[in-house]
Design a protein around this ligand. Structure first.
Ligand code: NAP
Length: 247
């Protein structure tokens, strides 16, 4: 493979088994990064690793539930042990029940808080000491447009507002150590995201979106690639990308 813009870099992508995470892993690998890929579905992780290798790239699949602190910590530990460093941490894993508060169960609140907030904080906590030692690093957090504006998805929106706020505070805290933080806030993207929701919620989301042309996962991966290939002096703070027709 020809050297790319990320040759020599080690990246860790959570939520790599579908949608935005998968597209991001492929985009980073195509630019030469050694990509560690993490999520819970092992077969999909292994398939993706194989596709990356067949294209001439390097991949390390790591089965991980990011909402489990010990697993999140071990995921980062494995990357450091097996790849020697960690340059890019891409927190893509997320779950959502895009429903009003009164149509969301307490188990669903808990899962969204666990994955969308704690599942981002644990990997960052584990990665920061190594990035500080390296004097270099970049953390990307995939939040959502619903983390900036209000859409009818009360708890999901709340978790994404929290993580967008955390991203900006963290950026201000660790930029002096040459660690960059970028928050990505997409509108509707065509992935498996809605298909994981309860049937009534999925139907109401599909009805709301209608036949609007949604973004593709590759559109978000390209935005992430843009942010992580800037010169070191530039921190892309926030990228908000919506389908042109989405209000
Ligand atoms: N699609 C949209 O319209 C949209 C819009 C704005 C923001 N987003 C955000 O974009 C991110 C990616 O979503 P997507 O649209 O690409 O959806 P997706 O296709 O459903 O992908 C979600 C990914 O997260 C992983 N994941 C879920 N829970 C996990 C856990 N506990 N531990 C580890 N991995 C976990 C899933 O893998 P496993 O099931 O294999 O673990 C999967 O790889 C999410 O943070 C989402 O909130 C999506």
């Amino acid at each position: 493979m020809q050297p790319g813009k990320l040759s020599g870099k080690v990246a860790l992508v959570t939520g790599a088994t579908s949608g935005i995470g998968e597209a991001t892993a492929l985009a980073l690998a195509a630019e030469g990064a050694h990509v560690a890929i993490a999520a819970r579905r092992v077969r999909r992780l292994n398939d993706l690793a194989e596709r990356i290798r067949q294209a001439g790239g390097e991949a390390l699949p790591i089965e991980t539930d990011v909402a489990d602190e010990a697993q999140a910590s071990e995921m980062v530990g494995r990357v450091l042990r097996e790849c020697g460093r960690l340059d890019l941490l891409l927190n893509v894993a997320g779950v959502g029940v895009a429903a009003p508060f009164q149509n969301t169960t307490t188990a669903e609140y808990r899962q969204m808080v666990d994955v969308n907030i704690l599942g981002v904080l644990y990997p960052i906590h584990a990665a920061l000491p190594a990035m500080k030692r390296q004097g270099d690093g970049h953390i990307v957090i995939v939040s959502s447009g619903t983390g900036r504006y209000i859409h009818p998805s009360t708890v999901y929106s709340g978790t994404k507002h929290a993580i967008s706020a955390i991203a900006e505070s963290l950026r201000r805290e660790i930029g002096k150590d040459w660690i960059r933080v970028t928050c990505i806030e997409p509108g509707a993207v065509k992935t498996e995201f809605t298909s994981r929701m309860r049937e009534d919620v999925r139907k109401s989301v599909e009805q709301r979106l209608g036949d609007m042309e949604q973004l593709e996962s590759e559109d978000i991966a390209a935005a992430i690639l843009y942010a992580v290939t800037q010169p070191r002096r530039i921190n892309i703070n926030i990228l908000t990308l919506y389908p042109t027709q989405q209000a």
